[in-house]
Ligand binder design. Structure first.
Ligand code: SF4
Length: 289
């Protein structure tokens, strides 16, 4: 066979191979050693203060804790509804150890959230961030919305603010992150990490209500103003924090305790004393005092 004939045979074989792969749905090639994304910002922006806690080693849930009675209502626990994080991104908060059927308490809600296009926030999201933790749960923490790291990982509170929230739960309250449920008022990241607008909070509120109805918490900690708006219909964290509100939410009988958002505490560490007072109030409510 001449060189020209050999080239024609090779070219035909290559065309057949490409056509076969397209038919099989293979339309792109993996890129090894993709560059890491830039270091993310804390959800509400700004320069975090030295109050930020040290990076936590990833690893299994602690087994050596001495904690109050478990907060779980039932034997099932709920995991993050999120798919695996894109390669090259490592959340600052360790993964939770939760069973595969962890979302059972929510029925088809995670799928409905993932498919939602009810407000403009769907346009810029990588993925929705449903929430993670125990379900049902006696204690729920509600933030405002996913930031960069949450949008990338699909998990709530995994950046610097998430580290601090985890410390508040684990070092302060002597619970595990797995013992509570953590979610946000909106499930999609607002562009440039801005605060979610009132109409966006309102659009996402039916999902929040469904989540809380399934979780049946005794206490909900509202982290910052957008969470207060979603849960209490009012803002003004300075005057709302440290007080106990009966839930105005239909189908949710919990008490609501507003406190500062961890991102605020990173920028204003002097607020930590008040936040700790609020968490002690939460613990007293849970213990029935
Ligand atoms: S923020 Fe909520 S309402 Fe808006 S698109 Fe996302 S899931 Fe839907």
């Amino acid at each position: 066979m001449s060189d020209a004939e050999a080239l024609r045979v090779l070219a035909r074989a290559a065309r057949l191979l490409v056509a076969g792969e397209r038919e099989a749905g293979i339309v792109d090639l993996p890129i090894p050693n993709a560059p890491r994304p830039p270091e993310a910002e804390t959800r509400t922006g700004g320069t975090p203060s030295s109050a930020g806690s040290a990076a936590r080693d990833a690893g299994p849930a602690r087994s050596d804790r001495t904690s109050p009675a478990p907060l779980e209502r039932a034997t099932t626990t709920a995991a993050s509804a999120a798919p695996a994080a894109p390669s090259g991104f490592v959340p600052r908060v360790r993964p939770l150890v939760l069973p595969a059927n962890a979302l059972a308490a929510f029925g088809d809600l995670p799928a409905r959230v993932a498919a939602c296009v009810a407000c403009r926030l769907c346009e810029g999201r990588t993925q929705t961030v449903f929430g993670e933790g125990t379900a049902p749960a006696r204690l729920v923490f509600c933030g405002e919305g996913p930031g960069f790291e949450e949008d990338r990982s699909g998990r709530p509170f995994v950046g610097r603010a998430g580290e601090l929230l985890t410390d508040m739960i684990e070092k302060g309250m002597k619970l595990r992150r797995e013992d509570v449920f953590i979610l946000n008022a909106v499930k999609c990241r607002p562009p440039d990490n801005r605060t979610p607008a009132p109409d966006e909070i309102e659009a996402c509120r039916p999902f929040l209500l469904e989540q809380l109805a399934a979780l049946r918490p005794d206490v909900i900690v509202a982290l910052g103003n957008p969470a207060c708006r979603a849960l209490l219909g009012q803002e003004g964290i300075m005057k709302l924090r440290g007080r106990v509100f009966p839930s105005p939410l239909p189908g949710v009988a919990a008490r609501i305790v507003p406190t500062y958002h961890p991102a605020y505490l990173l920028r204003n560490p002097e607020g930590k004393r008040d936040a700790w007072t609020d968490l002690k109030l939460v613990m007293s409510l849970l213990s029935g005092d």
